[in-house]
Design a binder for this molecule. Structure first.
Ligand SMILES: Nc1ncnc2c1ncn2[C@@H]1O[C@H](COP(=O)(O)OP(=O)(O)OP(=O)(O)O)[C@@H](O)[C@H]1O
Ligand SMILES: [Mg+2]
Length: 236
């Protein structure tokens, strides 16, 4: 295994306000990594910086062996990084299928490959296939979350970033989304998923726990099944 994503000494702030105080972590190729933390810890800031939506003050984001420097968000999508943003952000007045096709914008000239990817997304989320012609704004919260994940998959990322997929979902629907995420990983897409919900831990190969812009815990494998971990860091 090699690190698909390597973040080092990353310092990020908004105006004068510092948020990430120099964080280091890696995500190995083929892993599902979960980044856990409470409100305001800096999780969204972290994945937004990896996606190129926020510019760091200093530090490095190395993806697939290349330092991304100041590369634009769209260049990062073309290079294999895709973000499913916090709050879903589906286009409410477009249909499910139109939302999905927009996710494949960087590959829009490869119509056969886009069609195959659409079928793969429908295989992960059969509910989306049933509702392909429905306006996204009329979907349930859980269905909108599935659409947001599906849209992010349409660019065929090597690294899929998912920001708080479980927020506002029932435990059952949250579980479904995590199970599908686990399948997406098994099919070869590396995943970095942000969560506040420690229920995501059993699905992870690696966990990072963030407090106030600092990583206070990183662990892999069976360590993550340890109940003390939840008590010590997550108050669960
Ligand atoms: N655009 C912005 N301008 C100014 N401050 C911001 C901006 N975005 C985030 N912040 C601040 O940065 C800190 C970290 O925010 P961030 O959204 O990264 O946290 P989070 O861990 O994703 O939280 P949550 O779980 O609530 O989504 C917060 O104090 C927030 O107020
Ligand atoms: Mg957030």
């Amino acid at each position: 295994m090699m690190a698909l994503l390597e973040v080092s000494d990353l310092v990020v702030g908004y105006d004068a306000f510092p948020v990430l105080h120099g964080i280091d972590f890696t995500v190995e190729e083929g892993e599902l990594c979960v980044l856990l933390g409470l409100n305001g810890a800096g999780k969204t800031t972290t994945v937004s910086t990896v996606a190129g939506l926020v510019k760091p003050r200093s530090g490095h984001v190395v993806f697939d062996g290349k330092d991304l420097g100041r590369r634009s968000p769209s260049a990062r999508v073309a290079g294999g990084i895709s973000l499913c943003p916090e709050g879903r952000r589906v286009f409410p007045r477009l249909t499910v299928k139109q939302n999905l096709r927009l996710g494949a914008w960087t590959r829009r000239r490869q119509s056969k490959a886009v069609q195959r990817q659409l079928e793969l997304v429908y295989d992960y989320f059969p509910r989306l296939a049933e509702r392909e012609g429905q306006l996204a704004g009329t979907l349930s919260g859980g269905e909108q979350q599935m659409l947001a994940v599906g849209r992010a998959l349409m660019s065929r990322p090597k690294l899929l970033l998912i920001d708080e997929a479980s927020l506002g979902l029932s435990p059952t629907v949250a579980r479904t989304v995590w199970e599908v995420t686990s399948r997406i990983k098994q099919d070869g897409t590396t995943v970095l998923m942000v969560e506040q919900n420690a229920g995501a831990l059993p699905f992870a190969d690696r966990a990072l726990i963030m407090e106030k812009g600092t990583l206070v815990y990183t662990g892999v494998g069976d360590e993550l099944r340890d109940v003390n971990l939840r008590e010590a860091y997550l108050g669960a």
